[in-house]
Each structure stands twice: as structure tokens, then as C-alpha cells.
Design a protein around this ligand. Structure first.
Ligand SMILES: Cc1cc2nc3c(=O)[nH]c(=O)nc-3n(C[C@H](O)[C@H](O)[C@H](O)COP(=O)(O)OP(=O)(O)OC[C@H]3O[C@@H](n4cnc5c(N)ncnc54)[C@H](O)[C@@H]3O)c2cc1C
Length: 337
């Protein structure tokens, strides 16, 4: 089971690998390493696993407020997805939206009870510490020591950081300047868009057509989803509205009353019910604008690997493949030592 970090942790055994970030890339990287017999521990600052694969409870409703679904082209990931389908963790939400030109479409998967289902399923077999925000990296005597905001320290031989690259680089900046990381200037060029989600409870069915997801092509919105039609909020009608990056930038510092109402106003022509209440969520990192051209970054001397969607590309599948590739690289480096 995933564990919540404790402040009084003592005599913690060092692990072969420490992974910062229990989003999909970190969890799949850890799963692969564990399968290979490597001891691995994950640290995440969140109260739950999944990162941007996020599901929220609100007045009896369940709403996916980050990623909405995922697609699969890679056979290695498809094998995992097949096991998740068999275990009733994910389902095919839809193959095409009414507006799509390809009538055949291809599967868009989502968690049976929300997008956090996959991360939770992966985490149950892993050593995950939650509420464990890493604030300091120390390299000493060929090992990594990682300190969290609550004062706990964790030691490992290899370090994998899966936070979005700007956050990963901030952590690397806490190291002693004697450690030089090649390409640091180029890595700093990778940037992300910010995002805003508005989550709203309705007084009746939204009236969105099946399958309950609508791509919106007029600013300021990009997407509206009905979580009840999606099947994750059976009892309460609730929608998720996503704004575009321009709107997110402009209203980043405004209060929820203003930005939420503007987003709802833009969504109303598509919705047949009234909004009872709403809340907003800010995403500091939605998707990378210019991801790193390789699936991971590795520094052999420092036993350091960077992974996540900054490397694999702006999707869950990209993040997952980066996690797999990072695990292979770490296994290679451990076998050389
Ligand atoms: C609003 C929104 C909608 C999206 N829609 C889709 C979609 O429909 N389909 C799709 O495929 N993709 C979508 N994406 C993108 C997708 O969610 C991401 O590409 C993917 O989830 C990234 O996974 P990851 O593991 O790389 O990063 P994350 O999920 O961000 O995981 C990184 C983890 O690192 C942790 N962390 C960061 N810093 C620290 C620290 N100092 N200490 C400890 N932990 C730390 C974070 O808490 C986080 O859990 C969407 C994203 C957003 C935000």
C-alpha cells in the first residue's frame, strides 16, 4: 500500500533508487525497476499519487480535473493497459467524439472511478511516501541524500527525478555548485503552459452528447467533460471545464469568483442545466511546449536520471514511455557498476 510519510522516520534503509514524483512516469519507472529486483522508493509532495492524473471529490461528485483520458500507440504500454482492463481499473471511454472525422476512431481510456485509478493501482505494490516534498539534494561519497520539507532524509545510489523539468532543475540548483550537469542551459529552455480547470456541480443532466466530452474551439475554453456521462460520478451531475493557456496566464492571479464565472459563462451555450456551485484549480504545468528531444536525460557520473513528460512528450503515454526508458537506463547503469 502507498504510505503517507511520517515525521519521525528513523533508521531508514538506503534503497538502490529513489524516485522523486509518483505521477505516471515515476510509478511506471518504479514498477519496471521493482520487477527487475531493484529496491526503489518514491517520494511525492502530494497527498495522493498520480500528479496530473487527478480526480477530486466535491459534494458527492467525482471529477477528473487534470488529464481526461489517455491513448496508446506503444505495445509495451498496451500490455500494461491490457492488465488494467482485466483488473477493472480502466475502461475504454470512447473511440471518437461526434465532431471527429475518423468514424472508426481509436480507444481513449480512463479510470473506472477516475483518472487516479491507474496511479493508485500501480502504487499499491510500491514503496511510496506521500506529503514528502523534496527540498534539498546532496551528493556525498557516491550516494544521493535527499531531504524533504519535514526534515526526513532518504539515501540511494541512483536518483530519478520525474517532476516537470523546471521543478526538477530547481531541485538540482540546491546541490553544491561543484557538481556540473551537462546541457543544463539547454534543459532550462524546456517550458510549460499553465492551465485552469473549473469544476462545477449541476442541478440536472448537462445535456452534452455522448460520450460526454466536448472539444471547444472558441477561446477561452478548450474542453468540457460531463463526469456523470463518463461514468465516474454516477450520483451527481458534474462537469469539468478547461481554459486555454492564454486565459490561464491572464487570470492566473485573479480570484476564483472572476475566472470561474468567466469560464462558466463561456460553457453555458453547451450546457442545459444550472450551475449549483463551482471551484477552480490552477495547473502550473499542463503540457511542455518544447519537450526535450530524448526520452530521458542521464548523467552517468552522478547516477542521475531525469524523466517525465518533459522528455516523453505532452501526454500520459509520453510520460509513461519516458518512465520505461528511464528504468532501462538505470538498470543498464546499475549492471555496469
Ligand atoms: C489540465 C490537464 C489536462 C491534461 N489532459 C490530458 C489528456 O487528456 N490526455 C493526456 O494524455 N494527457 C493530458 N495531460 C498531460 C498529462 O497529465 C501529463 O503529461 C502526465 O500526467 C505527466 O505525468 P508525469 O509523471 O510526467 O508528471 P506528473 O503527473 O506531474 O508527476 C510528477 C510528480 O512529481 C511530484 N513532485 C514535483 N516536485 C516534487 C518535489 N519537490 N518533491 C516531491 N514530489 C514532487 C508532483 O507532486 C507530481 O505528482 C493533461 C494535463 C493537465 C494538467
Amino acid at each position: 500500500m502507498a504510505r503517507v510519510s511520517l515525521n519521525n522516520r528513523k533508521n531508514l534503509k538506503a534503497t538502490d533508487v529513489l524516485i522523486i514524483g509518483a505521477g505516471i512516469s515515476g510509478l511506471l519507472c518504479a514498477t519496471k525497476l521493482r520487477e527487475a529486483g531493484i529496491s526503489v522508493r518514491l517520494l511525492d509532495k502530494g497527498r495522493g499519487v498520480g500528479g496530473r492524473m487527478a480526480t477530486r471529490l466535491m459534494d458527492g461528485a467525482r471529477l477528473d480535473h487534470g488529464a481526461q483520458y489517455f491513448t496508446v500507440r506503444d505495445s509495451q504500454l498496451q500490455e500494461f493497459v491490457n492488465t488494467w482492463l482485466d483488473a477493472n481499473v480502466v475502461k475504454e471511454w470512447f473511440r471518437h467524439l461526434p465532431e471527429d472525422s475518423n468514424p472508426e476512431g481509436y480507444p481513449r481510456y480512463c479510470g473506472i472511478r477516475g483518472m487516479t485509478d491507474v496511479p493508485k493501482y500501480l502504487a499499491k505494490d510500491l514503496d511510496v511516501y506521500l506529503c514528502a516534498e523534496v527540498t534539498q539534494l546532496i551528493r556525498k561519497a557516491g550516494s544521493w541524500m535527499v531531504q524533504t520539507i519535514s526534515g526526513n532524509s532518504y539515501i540511494a545510489r541512483d536518483l530519478v527525478i520525474t517532476a516537470p523539468l523546471p521543478q526538477a532543475l530547481k531541485l538540482l540548483d540546491t546541490m553544491s555548485p561543484e557538481y556540473v550537469i551537462g546541457y543544463i542551459g539547454a534543459l532550462r529552455e524546456v517550458s510549460y503552459e499553465r492551465g485552469l480547470s473549473t469544476l462545477a456541480i449541476l442541478d440536472g443532466p448537462s445535456g452534452l452528447p455522448a460520450p460526454g466530452g466536448l472539444k471547444v474551439h472558441e477561446a477561452p475554453l478548450t474542453w468540457i467533460a460531463d463526469n456523470q456521462i463518463k461514468g465516474i460520478s454516477p450520483k451527481v451531475s458534474a462537469i469539468t471545464i478547461h481554459a486555454n493557456a492564454t486565459f490561464a496566464e491572464e487570470y492566473w492571479h485573479s480570484h476564483n469568483g472572476l475566472r470561474g464565472n468567466l469560464m462558466i459563462e463561456a460553457a453555458l451555450p453547451f450546457i442545459k442545466a444550472n450551475i449549483i456551485e463551482f471551484d477552480c484549480h490552477r495547473w502550473g504545468f499542463t503540457t511542455p511546449i518544447n519537450p526535450w528531444p530524448e526520452e530521458y536525460f542521464h548523467n552517468a557520473e552522478l547516477h542521475l536520471t531525469l524523466a517525465g513528460d518533459s522528455f516523453g512528450g505532452a501526454r500520459i503515454e509520453g510520460a509513461a514511455l519516458s518512465g520505461f526508458a528511464a528504468a532501462s537506463k538505470v538498470l543498464d547503469s546499475l549492471s555496469i557498476c
